[in-house]
Design a protein around this ligand. Structure first.
Ligand SMILES: [Zn+2]
Ligand SMILES: [Zn+2]
Length: 339
């Protein structure tokens, strides 16, 4: 089969690989679509942890091609999506229900061969059956939606809140829709690109701000009088991570969802966190949210049909990563076996 193999920083290439035979509890998935994520860009640049050589791709779905011994819940032909994050089940964190913080967490497409390939071998427990008529075009979004759902849970939005979302890429636009679903009365999206601001408007943002032409701190203060109840950073930049702390009201919550480069820092004045009684939370991957992600997409609570998507064959993986890195589209999707 063909697969996009990451060998070391800067080295990603499409290679031929044999498909090994299945062990107990494993399922062979014929991959239809696999999303390209900022994490993939970080991995190839050597800026994010991984275990090369490894086939990239952690946002994928397809059909069951074959099942190994002992697989009970799936049969050939079933439409499935894959939760890429595999926890050990026995460490301190797993036994406290914090599976995403597992000491031995491994992920398909990061540590184990993933979905940017014609086939992927997946442990049965990582598979989720897709409902009949689940739109194929939405399937590569299930994994990112599952992460955004965890982010919304962590933000603890209550009905009537004002919520600022920094960044209107795939993640910010999903966060916007879930913030509205969670009851936010005001959703203020900060985004420099007009095309993305327009989609945010279409998806119901009550206000969109262009940080290149306006002082967003003053604008948020004008719109909310006191600052936002909740600020969610989805851009993954140090400058916006720092700015987030200036947009929240006293007693409010700042969530760091966007992935800033490892090692980058900004100064914090603890007195302001103390005196303004801020809550600062992180949100990491997708514990127990995969089922809800499928429902959020199939019910229309999250719509992705307006997202400009660029589809690439497996051979176009380098170009897809470049598109992702340069922000030339909202989402790149690799189709190893197009439907
Ligand atoms: Zn991802
Ligand atoms: Zn564990």
């Amino acid at each position: 089969m063909k697969a996009a193999l990451f060998e070391k920083a800067g080295h990603l290439s499409v290679v031929q690989r044999p498909v090994r035979s299945l062990s107990k509890g494993e399922v062979l998935v014929l991959v239809h679509s696999c999303g390209v994520c900022g994490t993939d860009v970080h991995i190839v640049a050597g800026e994010s942890r991984s275990s090369p050589p490894v086939v990239l791709g952690h946002e994928f779905s397809g059909n069951v091609e074959d099942v190994g011994p002992g697989v009970k819940r799936f049969a050939q032909g079933d439409a499935v999506a894959v939760d890429p994050n595999i926890s050990c089940g026995t460490c301190y964190y797993c036994r406290r229900g914090l599976v995403h913080l597992c000491s031995n967490l491994r992920a398909l497409g990061v540590d184990i061969d993933g979905g940017m390939a014609e086939f992927c071998i997946v442990p049965e427990q990582q598979l989720y059956a897709l409902p009949k008529h689940f739109p194929f075009a939405s399937s590569a979004f299930i994994e990112p939606v599952s992460c955004v759902l965890h982010g919304i849970d962590r933000a603890k939005i209550v009905v009537g809140d004002s919520v600022v979302i920094i960044g209107a890429g795939t993640i910010g636009l999903m966060m916007l829709q879930l913030a509205r679903a969670a009851g936010a009365a005001e959703t203020i999206v900060i985004e420099p690109l007009e095309q993305k601001r327009a989609i945010a408007r279409d998806l119901g943002a009550t206000h969109v701000l262009n940080p290149l032409t306006e002082n967003v701190r003053d604008a948020v203060r004008d719109l909310t009088a006191v600052g936002a109840d909740v600020v969610i950073e989805c851009a993954g930049r140090i400058s916006t991570a720092e700015e987030a702390l200036g947009l929240v009201r006293r007693g409010g919550t700042v969530e760091y969802f966007g992935v800033c480069a490892l090692g980058r820092t900004f100064p914090i004045e603890p007195h302001l966190i103390y005196g303004r009684e801020l809550t600062i939370v992180g949100s990491y991957v997708n514990p127990h949210t995969f089922d809800r992600a499928i429902k959020a997409l199939s019910s229309g609570i999250i719509r992705v049909d307006e997202f400009p998507v660029t589809r690439f064959p497996l051979d176009g993986v380098q170009e897809a990563l470049r598109y992702q890195q340069e922000g030339l589209t909202i989402k790149c999707i690799i189709e190893p076996n197009p439907i």
